[in-house]
Design a protein around this ligand. Sequence first.
Ligand code: 6PG
Length: 249
Amino acid sequence: MNIRISNSIDDLIAALAEAISADIANTLKRNECFNIALAGGETPRSLYQHLAESYRDSIPWGKINFFWSDERWVPHDQPESNYRMAKETLLDHVQIDSGRVFPVPTEIDDPTSAARAYEIQLKTHFNSEWPHFDLMLLGLGRDCHVASLFPGSDALRESKRWVVPSISKIPPVQRLTLTLPAINGSAKIYFLVAGIEKAVAISSALSSKPIPVEDCPARGVNPSNGEVVWWIDNMAAALAISIRDSSKS
Ligand code: 6PG
């Protein structure tokens, strides 16, 4: 378990952005593009803003393929849209290749058809048994959900589909999400978690006790050939005593 604890959200964002920049540079030494799945929610907002401000000229944004780990079932111009959040904070501020941006198609008639359409788009892009993102960014819900995989959801047991509809207890209720096997095909998975309100979820997610994935979906993130790094601030780490002093950065 690779855990990086920072004393403030600003330090956390700066360290994570630097790691992402290095990952992109390293991957582009051997590949012509970099495949990233962006996280939604509020926490990544400051990361994307920092990347746009401090790495505008140093990251070759035109070589990055942008996907999303999940999306709310709303039009892309709605405030709740994860695509809109990334567009406002990052994509509109750096030299991307618009042909390399793949939002979840929430304009399609129904969530199941949209999930199938996104899955086809991913399969066409990756042309492999499972998607192989160079980097998957994820947040953590207070209930230990990851992407839009919520505790008790049937989607947690999905073993064939790459993208499925899901239902959230917190609005927007209808979501679309990558499944655990689709997430676990990633080469690197970075969790970004900050704030005291996430301390209980972090302590469950990182606990040595055998907490079921059903209760804590984040524990289902376990890439077969990839690395997971938890980027957390000291507030989110507050209850996870065993890790608080062992991985300070
Ligand atoms: C979403 C996210 C979701 C998010 C967590 C944490 O669509 O909301 O994908 O999984 O990462 O809910 O959200 P916050 O960063 O807003 O706390």
